[in-house]
Design a protein around this ligand. Structure first.
Ligand code: DGJ
Length: 740
């Protein structure tokens, strides 16, 4: 015995010593000199590429973690496969320039002033620093450089790619297409693509389809992220993956302007994905010495199915993207006035709403549209950001003071990038609106876009926002954006410079947000674009939360919420409880509406001045319950327990990272007589633990229909039988680990 235990001790010492040594020397990015290979070691994923014999950068591997670097062989460019498919096309290049017979999607296409448009990029240098790698490529003949950036996030296994194009040629160069890079999944057939599409009031619909030979283009040509398609994708092999198992490769762009992700199936069974600026109408003229940076492209891999792919993105956004560590806190329960009063806001009405909201337990009161200029309908006022003297004769002060007395902080709606032709601003500066000289200006919701790409417009917008927040005690801005680009002209610039508007507009939006936040370090912001038209990893670096959809009808919202969570965390997903009948003329009961809204960051958008007395008690209880679970909902792990195709019964579960707490939401649309609901098998719990089980749905019962304690194993294998009956029934179950 003494001998065996000392051997065990020696083994233990040896193991921990190696562990310490490897922990100290662990380098997430490695360059293998002999084989000229870069290994990006992102924890659960490996991403490998190398410099091939032609000096081009070539993809080698992206997938599950491979610890043994030597397993990867040097990159070897493909030979001519046929005179119609040259090696340039069949070699999986990391960042192919358009030139030398490239027929797949290029990462970069340029035009030189002498008419040359051939670009062949070869490796010249690299630099590694901790978790970042920069590889510099250069055209084989001209001083056109590309600095490829790679950042590894070992905590989540994500990799960030971007490119900086630098013109050192001494003459202007027009960049016609600039992507952040191309990525490849293992060669083979049978891939399935998931992506999110939609429309106003119907965003976040999940699509799943096979990848065939050809190019599937996901894009926005609208100047902003768009309701129609979101810059997120996921690939897996159909049949090789269920929600919680199997290989999934996924990615998202961090850009709030026009973007494109192309998913390309080549005739040689290679699926490649290219993401970056949308090349449509794109031409960025680079002066000598000038640089252009592409959007970041965040890329991830998991062997844990689409469920884990979503959770990785959720954790990543909370830990790495959201500003000022906001992903570690919880969101306050918010009230918003829009559906209650629309444009008819005034001091007395807003105070009356605030008093009722505070009584429910609301923590932040937000006054929406209608408080400024001559904004009585959506026909006028945008651009005139002074407080309307009729509605607020003493300014915003009395309302804000009352909101504070009631124990809430105050937020306000703004739409800084817009102007109504019926406004003092437009009358004074008609040239500030985006337009082509002498052409009609297309209005949408009676408004035009300001050309934010112009410096004077950018400064004007920054200064009035800064002034508003400096002069009033404002904790929160709801930043709206209610139309897309049309006539994207910039007539003040020479014709060959005007298309820069596609990039500069978004860069200036980011600049305003960054400066405003730096100057007001406690200010929080919501990104709204007529609902979910501007949700992406670029804007999320600058806002704490988003408005996913204008459609607040609870049953429609279930699909919207579920789709949203494929790409984005419930932490940022605002959800209001509103009045009925709502969209579709539907009237779901109040508990159903509350429980739907609790799946994200809860808010109230009802006209509390018109609520019947019985609503208040129920709402107080619901908000109290939400506060007891919000840490788990907002910062826990989400499991979608039902499939998007299941419209009648939907359920989701949130689990705290240490598995000690969990909450389940379940919704029945309409009961069919005699048809039983399935037992709901939970996920992500500790099988060995015992949990207290508490049902909550606003119904008063003398006995709980569920046992008061159950083991993790029972909950996950046998599952819960939930007491849902009739139409629009909803329930929630709170689980807490207890000692048996
Ligand atoms: C669109 C937003 O999505 C709504 O919530 C509301 O703020 C209106 N704009 C106000 O005009």
């Amino acid at each position: 015995m003494p001998f065996r235990s000392s051997v065990a001790y020696l083994v233990l010492v040896f193991v921990s010593a190696t562990h310490v040594a490897s922990a100290q020397t662990f380098r997430p990015i490695r360059f293998l000199e002999k084989s000229k290979i870069f290994v990006l070691d992102a924890g659960s994923a490996s991403y490998v590429f190398g410099i091939n014999e032609q000096n081009a950068l070539q993809h080698i591997y992206w997938g599950g973690h491979v610890a043994r670097d030597e397993d990867f062989l040097a990159a070897h460019g493909s030979d001519e496969w046929a005179s119609f498919d040259l090696g340039t096309t069949t070699t999986p290049q990391e960042y192919p320039g358009w030139g030398a017979g490239l027929y797949v999607e290029p990462s970069l296409k340029v035009s030189f002033p002498d008419g040359n448009r051939d670009l062949v990029l070869h490796y010249v240098a690299h630099q590694m620093e901790g978790e970042t790698l920069t590889v510099t490529l250069k055209d084989i003949e001209r001083e056109l450089l590309v600095h490829l950036g790679y950042t590894v996030y070992p905590g989540t296994g994500l990799i960030r790619r971007e490119a900086v194009v630098e013109n050192r040629t001494g003459s202007p160069v027009v960049v016609e297409n600039a992507q952040s890079g191309a990525v490849y999944v293992p060669r083979g057939d049978g891939y399935r693509l998931r992506y999110l599409s939609g429309r106003w009031a119907g965003e976040w619909q999940l699509n799943q389809e096979p990848v065939h030979t050809g190019v599937k283009v996901l894009e926005s040509r609208r100047g902003s992220t768009s309701h129609q398609t979101n810059p997120w994708f996921a690939l897996d092999r159909d049949g090789d993956s269920d929600p919680e198992h199997g290989n999934v490769w996924f990615g998202a762009l961090g850009w709030s302007g026009s973007w494109r992700i192309s998913v390309e199936g080549t005739p040689h069974q290679q699926v490649r994905v290219t993401g970056g600026f949308n090349p449509f109408d794109f031409a960025y003229s680079l002066a000598p010495g000038e640089k252009l940076q592409t959007p970041p492209f965040y890329l991830g891999y998991t062997g844990g199915g689409i469920g884990e792919a979503s959770r990785i993105l959720h954790r990543f956004v909370r830990a790495e993207i959201l500003p000022r560590g906001s992903g570690k806190r919880t969101r306050p329960v918010l009230y918003n006035s829009w559906e209650a009063t629309e444009f008819a806001v005034d001091e007395a009405g807003q105070i009356a709403l605030a008093e009722k909201a505070a009584g429910l337990g609301v923590e932040r009161f937000v006054m929406d549209d209608g408080w400024f200029g001559q904004r009585n309908t959506d026909h006028a006022g945008l651009g005139d950001w002074y407080v309307n003297p009729k509605k607020f004769p003493n300014g915003l002060g009395p309302l804000i003071r009352r909101v504070h007395e009631l124990g809430m902080d105050f937020g306000i709606w703004v739409e800084p990038e817009m102007v109504n032709p019926d406004s003092d601003l437009y009358r004074k500066h008609p040239d500030w609106a985006m337009h082509f000289a002498g052409r009609p200006r297309t209005e949408a919701r009676n408004q035009l876009l300001l050309n934010l790409a112009r410096e004077d417009v950018r400064e004007y917008v920054f200064h009035w926002l800064d002034d508003l927040v400096t002069k009033n005690d404002i904790a929160f801005l709801k930043w709206d954006y209610n139309r897309n680009f049309s006539e994207p002209g910039w007539p003040e610039l020479p014709a060959d410079q005007q298309k820069k508007i596609w990039v500069k507009f978004t860069q200036n939006l980011y600049d305003i947000l960054d400066r405003l936040r730096a100057k007001h370090p406690t200010l929080e912001i919501e990104s709204c674009s007529g609902g979910g038209g501007r949700v992406d990893l670029g804007i999320l670096r600058r806002v704490e939360q988003v408005w996913p959809s204008d459609n607040t009808e609870a049953f429609d919202r279930l699909t919207i919420e579920q789709g949203f969570t494929y790409a984005y965390t419930p932490h940022i997903m605002m959800a209001w409880v509103t009045d009925v009948p709502n969209f579709n003329g539907r009237s779901a009961p109040l508990p159903f509406r509350f429980l739907v809204a609790m799946q994200g960051s809860l808010a109230i958008g009802s006209n509390l001045n018109k609520w019947p007395p019985e609503n208040f008690g129920l709402a107080r209880q619901m908000i109290g319950y939400y506060k007891s679970i919000r840490e788990t909902v907002q910062n826990g792990d989400l499991y979608r327990l039902t499939d998007p195709s299941d419209g009648n019964f939907k359920a989701s579960q949130y689990v705290s990272p240490d598995k000690s707490r969990s909450v389940v939401f379940a919704f029945l649309h309409s009961q069919q007589f005699g048809r039983m609901l399935p037992a709901l098998a939970l996920r992500g719990l500790d099988e060995q633990a015992t949990y207290s089980v508490a049902i909550f749905d606003g119904k008063s019962r003398s006995n709980s229909p569920l046992p008061s304690r159950l083991s993790g194993a029972y909950l996950m294998h046998r599952g819960l039988e939930l007491p849902l009956t009739g139409d629009y029934d909803a329930t929630s179950v709170k689980l807490e680990r207890v000692s048996d």
